[in-house]
Design a protein around this ligand. Structure first.
Ligand code: PGA
Length: 251
């Protein structure tokens, strides 16, 4: 379960408050659901200090595929690792909208995995059409990411299916949409990396997830978890979604 704070909140003080509220609200008996929060770069160091002995994995929202050097404004994977980050999002649609190509997203994913961190690779169509061409869009994104991927990396690869039309719109994909796309993603994984890879790669859903639709999306959608945007800024709701997931995982 990953909370993506995006470019929020506005100050370090507010970030610490939000983080503490999430930490306090986590279900006490949560043996099954891994929790992560993706916070803006300037807050990582401080939250990492606060995060000692916490079950929350600290996540970054982006990374450069370059390792070091003259890349003004960029942040390297070694830097993130050195401040306690253990997972990184790659290819969020809001980054792709800024011009990140499929090839660049794939390079980011491979850089994250090479350094031993968890990569949350986002895929998803901008809109849906009657002919089902959107499957092709997701397939191209996915195949570019999976090209030449090492088998040993697969258990740290997480695919987040995030249809752009569902992000921040209040219009989540239906459980049927989510289940269908999960099966499709698994088919592409089997075709490109092999059948044995399917069980290793976790597949999340993201796009207007709330405490109201979480249960249905987990159950009928058969998703392995969520990438939660807006609702992750409401700690009580985010923790409630985690509680729903951990209860569901125990069934
Ligand atoms: P949302 O965002 O939950 O606010 O729709 C999801 C995301 O962008 O990861």
């Amino acid at each position: 379960m990953i909370g993506n704070w995006k470019m929020n909140p506005s100050t370090l003080g507010k970030a610490v408050e939000l983080y503490m509220a999430v930490r306090k609200g986590l279900p006490k008996k949560n043996a099954v659901t891994e929790v992560s929060i993706a916070v803006p770069f300037p807050f990582l160091s401080e939250l990492s200090r606060k995060n000692a002995r916490s079950p929350i994995a600290l996540c970054a929202q982006d990374v450069s595929f370059e390792s070091e050097g003259a890349h003004t404004g960029e942040v390297s994977i070694a830097m993130l690792k050195s401040v306690g980050v253990s997972a990184v999002i790659a290819g969020h649609s809001e980054r792709r909208a800024q011009g990140e190509s499929n090839e660049e997203v794939a390079k980011n994913v491979h850089q994250i995995l090479k350094y031993g961190l968890i990569a949350i690779a986002c895929v998803g169509e901008k809109s849906r059409d009657m002919q089902g061409d959107y499957f092709g869009v997701v397939e191209t994104q996915l195949r570019t990411i999976l090209k030449d991927i090492k088998q040993t990396y697969l258990s740290r690869l997480v695919i987040a299916y995030e249809p752009v039309w569902a992000i921040g719109t209040g219009k989540n994909a239906t459980a049927e949409d989510v289940q269908e796309m999960k099966l499709f993603i698994q088919k592409v994984i089997a075709q490109t990396v092999g059948r044995q890879a399917v069980a290793k790669v976790r597949i999340l859903y993201g796009g207007s997830v709330t405490k109201e639709n979480a249960q249905e999306l987990l159950k009928a959608g058969e998703t392995d978890g969520f990438l939660v945007g807006g609702a992750s800024l409401r700690p009580a709701e985010f923790c409630q979604i985690i509680t729903i997931a951990s209860a569901y995982g125990k069934i």
